[in-house]
Design a protein. Structure first.
Length: 215
C-alpha cells in the first residue's frame, strides 16, 4: 500500500500543469493552443518569452527532483526490498504525470525537464554528462528537440559506462528504466522527429554559438 500511495503522490506532483497555469495567469491563454501546442518549457519559452519559459523549466525540473528525492521518504510503510528502487519508480511516475496530467485532460508536456530533475536526484553524474550532450547538440543545431533527444539517448549509455569505473553502484533497474525512458521521450518527440526529417523543425539561430564565433 505504501508503494502505491507514493507512486500516486509522485504522479500527481508530476502532473502539476506548470506551463498551462503560467500561460493562463500571465497572458490569459492556454499554451496548448499556441506555438507547437505542447505544454512544456520549450513552447512556453517560444510563446511567453524566456523569463516565463525559464520559470516553467525550473518548476518542471523541480517536480522530477522532488518526486525522486522527497516522495520516497514519506513516513509510510515500505518493504525494505523496495527502498533502493523507490526513487526511480517515483521519478518515472512523475514523468508519466507530466506527459499525461489528470488535471488537464491528460495533455501535458514531453517529459524531458521532469525526467532530467528525476535523474539529477538519482544519478547526478550520468545526468550531468547528458546535460553536456544536450548543450552540445543545441549550440550546434539551434534545436531544443535535438538536444532533448541527444540527452535522452545518452543517459542509459552513461549509466552503463560509469557503473563500475566511477565507483557508482547504480541499481540494475536504473539502466532498464533509463532505456525505457529514452524510448518514451523519443515517442513523445515523434512529431519533432517527423519535422526534422522534413527539414521543418523550429530552429533558434541565437543558440548556435558556432555561428557567432564565425562572424
Amino acid at each position: 500500500m505504501g508503494i502505491a500511495i507514493r507512486l500516486l503522490i509522485a504522479y500527481l506532483l508530476g502532473a502539476f500543469p506548470t506551463a498551462i497555469l503560467v500561460s493562463r495567469l500571465s497572458r490569459g491563454i492556454d499554451l496548448r493552443t499556441h506555438g507547437s501546442g505542447n505544454a512544456g518549457a520549450t513552447n512556453a519559452w517560444r510563446v511567453l518569452g524566456w523569463r516565463l519559459g525559464l520559470l516553467v523549466l525550473v518548476v518542471d525540473v523541480a517536480k522530477g527532483a522532488l518526486a525522486a528525492a522527497a516522495v520516497p521518504r514519506l513516513p509510510l510503510a515500505l518493504p525494505s526490498e523496495a527502498l533502493a528502487i523507490m526513487p526511480l519508480l517515483c521519478g518515472v511516475a512523475a514523468v508519466v504525470g507530466h506527459v499525461f496530467p489528470v488535471y488537464t485532460g491528460f495533455r501535458g508536456g514531453k517529459g524531458v525537464a521532469t525526467a532530467g530533475g528525476m535523474l539529477f536526484a538519482v544519478a547526478p553524474i550520468p545526468m550531468a554528462l547528458a546535460l553536456c550532450a544536450f548543450l552540445l547538440a543545441v549550440t550546434t543545431t539551434g534545436m531544443i528537440s535535438v538536444g532533448s533527444l541527444a540527452a535522452a539517448a545518452s543517459i542509459p549509455i552513461w549509466v552503463g559506462v560509469l557503473h563500475t569505473p566511477s565507483g557508482a553502484r547504480y541499481p540494475s533497474l536504473l539502466l532498464i528504466l533509463t532505456s525505457v525512458l529514452a524510448l518514451f521521450i523519443f515517442w513523445t518527440h515523434r512529431s519533432n522527429i517527423q519535422r526534422l526529417f522534413r527539414g521543418e523543425e523550429r530552429c533558434f539561430p541565437r543558440l548556435q554559438l558556432w555561428r557567432r564565433l564565425l562572424r
